[in-house]
Design a protein around this ligand. Sequence first.
Ligand code: DCP
Ligand code: MG
Length: 396
Amino acid sequence: MARIIMHIDLNAFFAAAEVLRHPEYKGKPIAVGGGNRRGVISTASYEARKYGVHSAMPSYMAKRLCPSLVILPPDFAYYKDLSNRFFQYIRKNYSTIIEPLSIDECFVDMTDALKDVKDVKGYLKKLQNGLLKEIGIGCSIGISTTKFLAKMGSDYKKPMGIVIIRKKDIPTLLYPLPISSFYGIGKKSTEKLKRMGIYTIGDFAESDSLSVKKELGKSYALFKDWIHGKGNDTVICEESNPKSISSSSTFLFDTSSYEEISSSFRELAKEVSESLIKKEMVALTVQITLRDMEFHTITRSKTLAFPIESTLDIYSQGMSLFEKHWKGNALRLIGIGVSSLHSKENYSVQLSLFDSLPELDSSTRYLIEKLNKKANKELFMIAKDLVKKKGGKNGT
Ligand code: DCP
Ligand code: MG
């Protein structure tokens, strides 16, 4: 039997979350992001978007477009908490078959919930208003028979959209949209497709060009299926996935050597990453464990706004936790792990979105590693690592 899939996406999430606790910003152009010259905007309120401010834009450029823009620093722990409440609200009141896709969006299998509902739009309006009342943030909802169409539906109207896409509505609703709005087709492919004369989703749906096939590779057949109403309609509950993947290592001798600990973290991150990749998953949370000679153990974690899978990313995020929490004492065991796991297939779009936004820390580390490898010795290092290294050696 065909399933009914809903996709919900919170509107201007980080900005709306800030307005929630700073009502004085309601109706004002605000953004969340890095305020310094090299900072970028994570998201902007809809008022700020009118000035052309958008995610991934350098903050200085945003300020130039909208001089009255207030840029607030991100607070991921707070957003994560709101996000959990959002998912919990849906789980408790609508369906337990729910699959988070990122911090502010999820797929929900609504087949049971909607089976006797006559006025689907009215029902979803109640859900939307209920969420606004309960969590304080607006959302856009898409509903259809596949994940792709549901996602396209929630993107279709923002803020506070409710869009139902039946198979027969695809040409009217989706064909006129620019090819850039096709879920899964990233910036680079968009530009290439345009050069091949594919400007709209309809152009793609109706084309049979070899160069388009070549450009999209394996995804070509998948995307063709999607736009013709076929595709994945299985919502995977988080519960059915492994909850975390981790790896730890006990030192032969207790150590406070920064290099030894760091290279051990690197090895462990590699194991974790390989295991993640094998399971075709990505992770949103990274945690580390530090145990000292007296078996005092601390675990510290952080949740990211974007999913990761590579050794380098897991290592960098783990190291930034380590640097924050290590007191320079000798350690017996260290561990690193990831949780908030999601299937990679669903996250591939997010990954490509963030491809262009490597974290400064991780890209800097990468560059330094490359240079050191070339020089065959540790010529370069991040300044804050040096401070820690010195602290570690002195045992302070
Ligand atoms: N985000 C980010 N950097 C990006 C894109 C997004 O840090 N380049 C963060 C901030 C967003 C959150 O992820 O608030 C959710 O992303 P969305 O793409 O859903 O964007 P918004 O929720 O902000 O806006 P919209 O109303 O368009 O969904
Ligand atoms: Mg959103």
